[in-house]
Design a protein. Structure first.
Ligand code: SGN
Ligand code: CA
Length: 507
């Protein structure tokens, strides 16, 4: 039998709430939805650590953060470790990677790559390639897609199976849409989440001290696209105005004159609206205004990703590749779209803990299936290796999802998953924590700076508004979960010594 190809599509910070196969209140994503319609949608897919580079390291190594050691976005990934593309390459696959990696070093095991340096840029992005750096004029989502299709169509050896990693930068902050989407989306308004005005009562210190509230921490220029001149004209000396002096009006400053001409009328209209209305808004309405601006930009970004995913799926169809290609759509983690008043991620709470996962594999997956098992990005490497008939190294810590893809759920017996977040102190100030999550409960330990436990009843309190750790009704559940959590820490080789080591070596 011919070995299947793998097309791994990952976006950066794409919340499942913004994929209509999961939730159609905010946006229609007909192309991404096609993967669910023709394949399987996972409703309980989650990450081991809700932040970019650590999640990517987990995906590539099949190991938890404390094992691969990339605990944050800052330190470099230790490239002496085995990543799954290396195993594909060795087994005779053609391998390539285009887009955002965010590792601080180049990928191993890929025959060809063009990656963004660090976070990369939305406009006229620079790319690192095996032959040196190059800058390409245009919008990042379009460019990454063109590179991907060109490689599939012209550059690869068509006698070999391929592994393609097609990695979008969008919809990462500062949420800068293409001119067309910006024009369209900046006129729309979106429903607010139920917890937009969360006051964090009945939660712990960590939720109260995090710096990711739309009203408090979203920046006027960077996030809301207000020009420095507008603020000056208004006589406003806003606390974060200093960002402009640091050149924080980033993507716009990179645009050439022709591109600026396309953005100017849209920015003018946003700025006029701000000038006219902002001073008269109540605190609540300022929050609402920022939420709308946020959604307009964020969803405008995703709408481009969706169009481009459609182009790539069409290409597979036209080239006769669809039948034998496994297509995966996921994100490096979830994201808050105003839930709890937040943007960003990091927490073990649902919107950032969960991640979208859609997989299409016409030969093996029944079209339109839905799977509710607790699966993780930790499982991806072993899944892809099994699909390709390559043996997984015995020290990988996940489990292949192939039985679930084939509908053999009886062969799957995972009850709980483990989570551990480290990047603190750092931007957004989310305290370190680890925890265990089952379909019914979530037990969390914030162990650094504070020593606080939280328990959420996921069935009764899906919005996670009530920490019931000290509620006597949950005494037995707490005891059981503590035992299970200790077992998971042992199973995955995490420990207090490692926690301390990562605190001591953190810079
Ligand atoms: C930047 C963003 C943060 C974001 C981190 C990590 N700020 O620092 O909002 O949490 O990246 O994102 S920005 O002002 O530079 O936009 S991650 O996806 O790479 O983990
Ligand atoms: Ca990310």
């Amino acid at each position: 039998m011919k070995k299947p190809n793998i097309l791994f599509i990952m976006s950066d910070d794409h919340a499942y709430q913004a994929i209509s196969a999961y939730d159609d209140r905010l946006l229609r994503t007909p192309n991404i939805d096609r993967i669910a319609e023709e394949g399987m949608r996972f409703t309980n897919a989650c990450v081991t650590n809700s932040i970019c580079a650590p999640s990517r390291a987990t995906i590539l190594t099949g190991k938890h953060t404390h094992i691969h050691g990339k605990i944050d976005n800052r330190r470099q990934f230790d490239t002496s470790q085995v990543t799954f593309p290396q195993l594909f390459q060795k087994a005779g696959y053609q391998t390539a990677m285009f887009g955002k990696l965010h590792f601080g070093n180049n990928p191993k095991g890929v025959d060809d790559f063009m990656i963004l340096p660090g976070q990369g840029n939305y406009i006229n992005p620079r790319f690192i390639t095996p032959k040196g750096d190059t800058t390409i004029t245009g919008y990042v989502t379009d460019i990454i897609t063109d590179l991907t299709i060109k490689w599939l169509d012209e550059k690869r050896d068509k006698d070999k199976p391929f592994l393609m990693m097609y990695l979008h930068k969008a919809p990462h902050r500062p949420w800068w849409p293409s001119p067309e989407k910006f024009a369209k989306f900046s006129k729309r308004s979106f429903p607010e989440p139920a917890t937009l005005f969360d006051d964090y009562s009945n939660r712990g210190t960590a939720a109260k001290t995090a710096e990711m509230n739309l009203y408090e921490h979203m920046m006027y220029g960077h996030d809301s696209k207000i020009r420095p001149e507008t603020l000056e004209e208004m006589g406003e000396v806003l606390p974060d105005v200093v960002e402009f002096k640091n050149g924080f009006y980033g993507p716009y400053n990179r645009a050439n004159e022709d591109q600026k001409k396309l953005y100017d009328p849209i920015l003018d209209s946003i700025n006029n609206d701000f000038k006219e209305n902002w001073p008269h808004l109540s605190k609540e309405d300022k929050m609402r205004w920022k939420y709308q601006r946020y959604m307009q930009d964020y969803l405008g970004n995703i709408s481009s990703v969706d169009d481009k995913v459609g182009r790539v799926l069409d290409y597979l169809d036209e080239a006769g590749l669809s039948e034998n290609t496994v297509v995966v759509y996921t994100s490096d983690q979830g994201f808050y779209l105003g839930e709890h008043g937040w943007f960003d991620k990091r927490f073990i709470y649902d919107e950032s803990f969960k991640t979208p996962l859609l997989i299409k594999w016409p030969e093996q997956i029944k079209a339109g299936s839905v799977n509710e098992e607790m699966v993780q990005n930790l499982d991806f490497a072993q899944t892809f290796l099994e699909i390709a008939g390559i043996e997984s190294p015995s020290d990988m810590q996940g489990e292949s999802l192939v039985p679930l893809l084939q509908g053999k759920d009886l062969n799957w017996n995972r009850e709980a998953v483990y989570y551990h977040y480290y990047e603190y102190p750092a931007v957004h100030m989310v305290k370190r924590h680890y925890g265990i999550v089952t379909k019914e409960y979530k037990l969390v330990h914030f162990y650094h700076d504070v020593d606080e436990w939280e328990l959420y009843d996921r069935k009764r309190d899906p919005n996670e508004l009530n920490n019931v750790y000290k509620n006597p009704d949950y005494k037995e559940i707490v005891e059981k979960l503590h035992v299970q959590l200790d077992e998971l820490r042992i199973k995955y080789q995490d420990s207090e010594e490692l926690d301390q080591m990562y605190i001591d070596t953190y810079k």
